[in-house]
Design a protein around this ligand. Sequence first.
Ligand SMILES: CC(C)(COP(=O)(O)OP(=O)(O)OC[C@H]1O[C@@H](n2cnc3c(N)ncnc32)[C@H](O)[C@@H]1OP(=O)(O)O)[C@@H](O)C(=O)NCCC(=O)NCCS
Length: 181
Amino acid sequence: MLFPEKEIALKDGRSACLRSPATEDAAEMLAYLKDCASETHFILREPEECTETPEQEAAYLERVSTSDTSVMIVCSVGQEIAGNCQLSFHNRSRIRHRAEIAIALRQKYWGLGIGTTMFREMIALAQARGVTQLELGFVEGNARARGLYEKMGFRIVFYHPNAFRLKDGTLLGEYWMIREL
Ligand SMILES: CC(C)(COP(=O)(O)OP(=O)(O)OC[C@H]1O[C@@H](n2cnc3c(N)ncnc32)[C@H](O)[C@@H]1OP(=O)(O)O)[C@@H](O)C(=O)NCCC(=O)NCCS
């Protein structure tokens, strides 16, 4: 699914663009994913696990743009990708009312309101599709993500112990949240 391009204003006065990623973004997407993986341990991948080639990433972006169960939005500031978010829908009738959200930004773009703006867009997309429940998870200790999700109306529904294991052996749980629409 494609997201129609939209200009937004950041809290520091800069303007940014919310849009679907294009296959030409593949190399910058990979650099962005690797930066995020280096800057936080609250996402799934270690930096060395970002091993896709630009061709593989381009093929993935193409699949997402033509998928009827997934929409990705990137926030670009100039030539740089500041962050991305993804909304995943279901086609099976028993779970069609649910959709899952994932989001990350490069650290230098945290706190500028991009997360809030992306959530507003994803909520509107989900409502337009008839989804009645949004779902997401955050890893124990990720106060910034929790703050954003609570601000956007999500509440914790369960705790998954030992969901993440860091390189030093630290085990972290994951909280799962929902928001009814
Ligand atoms: C979590 C993340 C997406 C938030 O995006 P963001 O653009 O920085 O969020 P916003 O600037 O829109 O801030 C949203 C709200 O979060 C809350 N918040 C911000 N910083 C916070 C902090 N340090 N502690 C608690 N809450 C905080 C506030 O309620 C804020 O709203 P306000 O500015 O109106 O007060 C971003 O920090 C990020 O990418 N982090 C690394 C990757 C990650 O953790 N992804 C989520 C995995 S579950």
